[in-house]
Design a protein around this ligand. Structure first.
Ligand code: TYM
Length: 342
């Protein structure tokens, strides 16, 4: 599957999410559904909660452990099976941080200066952003490569970070003369939900940082809340067109069609062929019905899991042990190649 011929290790999947705020429909359709799909592929899967990335922005320390439990619970409620896949907190595997430092000395300043997520998150006053926010994508590369992951299921917004991970891997292998040591990880960006937009503004990504809760569907929302948010979603007065080409510049309409397609596991073309000619008064209730059908079991399982923090801790501890068993020998070899003691 991977395009690096010289890498001959096992196929491995790694991905992660920030535990800042609850997870939402974008996280679910853009990434989690593919995590579950890849879990069934026979490859080893590592799904971490990236709490080290979470502290690149101001955060409440006392709340972080519960947020990690909550994110891990959302992974499992979405279908990640902790018996099959390692579910763990990034900070529980020190090799991530060790490799991140080495990669900071491999990556070039110019590469990081091109990262659009930093520009978005730092806002106008980038002088006041943490250095960690700037080097964030280097830690992400370490997350991936410390497992020698070959495939990384993510939403479209992570594409640039994945390209950087490949550049860092290639540069490390060149600098330390070890071709084939790392795979060049492939982004796995598949399905109709790789870029879910805000329900209130079709030009903005659905995001946990949006101040309006009506802009997103949270994985913890109950059936009434989901239906209400879809009913209130921004649309236009036109009916849906007969084909996707005739959609024109209607980002909110396109987004709802995309959400329907992703929830159904089909394509926007197919949804349009089914609902073309109908107005939102007819389409929205159908979408709400489908969303509730798909997401209610996730919300129920999530509620059950977060009510049992001891069970979540057991899962996270076991996941971290499995992760360390793979990451520790990799970082040991990297350190030897770099010329470090111990
Ligand atoms: P994060 O926490 O912002 O998002 C987690 C995952 O959800 C996807 N996603 C979306 N997909 C479709 N539509 C949306 N509106 C949407 N919003 C979020 C993201 O693409 C992502 O897959 N940098 C990463 C976390 C990370 C990571 C990693 C990912 C750290 N280390 C290693 C992969 C591998 C992030 O901030 O994701």
């Amino acid at each position: 599957m991977t395009d690096i011929q010289t890498y001959s290790g096992p196929q491995r999947i790694l991905s992660g999410m920030q535990p800042t705020g609850g997870l939402h429909l974008g996280n679910y359709l853009g990434a989690l559904v593919n995590w579950v799909k890849l879990q069934e592929s026979g490859a080893e899967c590592f799904y971490c909660v990236v709490d080290m990335h979470a502290i690149t922005m101001p955060h409440a320390a006392a709340e972080l452990p519960d947020k990690v439990r909550g994110a891990a619970a959302a992974y499992i409620a979405s279908g990640v099976d902790p018996e099959k896949s390692a579910v763990f907190a990034q900070s529980a595997v020190p090799a991530h941080a060790e490799l991140a430092w080495i990669f900071q000395c491999v990556a070039r300043l110019g590469w990081l200066e091109r990262m659009t997520q930093f520009k978005d998150k730092a806002g106008k006053d980038k002088e006041r952003a943490s250095v960690g926010l700037f080097t964030y994508p280097v830690l992400q590369a370490a997350d991936i490569l410390v497992y020698k992951a070959t495939h990384v299921p993510v939403g479209e917004d992570q594409k640039q970070h994945l390209e950087l991970s490949r550049d860092i891997a290639a540069r490390f292998m060149r600098d330390y003369d070890c071709e084939g040591f790392f795979p060049l990880p492939d982004p796995y960006i598949q399905g109709a939900g790789t870029r879910i937009m805000s329900l209130k503004d079709g030009s903005k990504k659905m995001s946990k940082s949006d101040p309006s809760d009506l802009s997103r569907i949270n994985l913890s929302d109950d059936a009434d809340t989901i239906a209400r948010k879809i009913k209130k979603a921004k649309t236009d007065p036109e009916p849906l067109p007969g084909s996707l080409e005739d959609m024109g510049d209607r980002p909110e309409a396109l987004n709802l069609v995309g959400i329907y397609a992703a929830l159904e596991g089909s394509t926007a073309e197919k949804v349009i062929s089914e609902f073309g000619g109908q107005g939102f008064g007819a389409f929205k209730p159908k979408l709400a019905e489908l969303a509730v059908e798909r997401l209610s079991p996730v919300a129920n399982e999530y509620a059950r899991l977060i009510a049992d923090p001891a069970e979540m801790d057991r899962i996270l501890t076991k996941g971290a042990e499995r992760a360390r068993a793979i990451a520790d020998p990799v970082i040991k070899e990297v350190k030897a190649r770099v010329g470090f003691w111990g």
